[in-house]
Ligand binder design. Structure first.
Ligand code: PHE
Length: 336
């Protein structure tokens, strides 16, 4: 039996095959149920019995030859396929990373930074105090002993008989003057707490306190300082106005108003047609407060003020709903 042609056939086919699927098709063609080599086996019965073993051996050789070629090719194609896959999946370590989303400074803290800058330029340094504060500093030493009716002006979170969440930044006045003798020139920005919650009140908000104590300090120093602050924060065309008021820790006391930034004094919804907006309280430090911290009020005098930072941020950025500050929605915060 001459199988040269057959051997040439499958050798050629296997050599020129380029993918595994094609290779398996070739196997079916030769060794499958109806394959060429399988067929030869079936034809054995037609061969005279004495020639059959030799013919059978020939077919076996053919099969072995085929299988050897097949296996070699299969190994080759498999490793080629694997290399292609690896080349495809390899990680390019030089590729730039996807940008990570960045946070954003809250508008109240942008105002905070601006306030610190403005008063810093006027020579005020920043002082701080704890948010859980002694009743003594939050009230008593500010001329509001236990039972004083003015305590009702501030709905207070009591932590214990003697400790409160500070209702204003004014206790930092006490802490500062206990530690340092005049001249004193500080601002104290920070969180304060009141048991108040509706559309215009939040149980936590921010104030900035100011305190200046030295010789010969008068009301005009207070007015000039706050007028300069308003000019630098809101523009030279915005006036200030001081209305007489009452705080136990200042005497005299004044409410601080600034001209409405929306209508420039003409009257609008925001200023309730008055042309003025309230931004804080102020006054000359009461002699009782100076006495409590051991400062001689015959030698020294001082002024103090306290302003709401959310209020300033609302006016500066034209925000009309206090609640937006506390919802922490990035879409809101990112606008500033
Ligand atoms: N502490 C006062 C308040 O929160 C504001 C204030 C500060 C008034 C300093 C006068 C002087 O209402």
């Amino acid at each position: 039996m001459d199988n040269t042609a057959l051997i040439n056939d499958f050798t050629g086919e296997i050599h020129s095959c380029t993918d595994l699927a094609g290779l398996y098709n070739i196997k079916v063609k030769y060794l499958g149920k109806k394959g060429v080599i399988t067929d030869l086996n079936k034809q054995l019965s037609a061969i005279p019995a004495d020639e059959r073993p030799a013919a059978g051996a020939e077919i076996n050789k053919l099969r072995l030859a085929f299988e050897e070629l097949f296996n070699t090719k299969q190994t080759e194609l498999k490793s080629a396929e694997r290399n292609a896959k690896l080349a495809n999946e390899c990680i390019d370590v030089t590729m730039p990373a996807a940008p990570a989303p960045l946070g954003h400074l809250h508008p109240v803290y942008q105002i905070y930074d601006e306030i610190v800058d403005i008063f810093g330029a006027m020579g005020f340094s920043v002082a701080t105090g704890p948010e859980a504060e002694l009743d003594l500093y939050n009230f008593t030493m500010l001329n509001m002993p236990k039972g004083h009716p003015a305590r009702d002006m501030q709905d207070t979170f009591y932590i214990s008989e003697d400790v409160v969440l500070r209702t204003h930044t004014s206790p930092v006045q006490v802490r500062t003057m206990l530690n340092k003798k005049p001249p004193v020139r500080i601002i104290a920005p920070g969180k304060v707490y009141r048991s108040d919650h509706d559309s215009t009140h939040s149980p936590m908000f921010h104030q900035v306190e100011g305190l200046l104590v030295d010789k010969n300090i008068s009301l005009s120093d207070l007015k000039g300082t706050l007028q300069l602050f308003v000019h630098l924060m809101f523009g030279d065309d915005i006036p200030t106005r001081f209305r007489s008021s009452y705080f136990p820790f200042t005497e005299p006391s004044m409410e601080v108003d600034m001209g409405c930034v929306i209508c420039k004094g003409a009257g609008c919804r925001v200023c309730k047609s008055s042309g003025w907006l309230e931004i804080g309280g102020s006054g000359m430090v009461a002699p009782e407060v100076l006495a409590a911290v051991g400062i001689d009020s015959l030698v020294y005098s001082g002024f103090a003020f306290g302003m709401g930072m959310e209020r300033i941020a609302m006016l500066k950025y034209g925000i009309d709903d206090l609640r937006l500050f506390f919802e922490n929605r990035l879409e809101f915060i990112e606008q500033f």
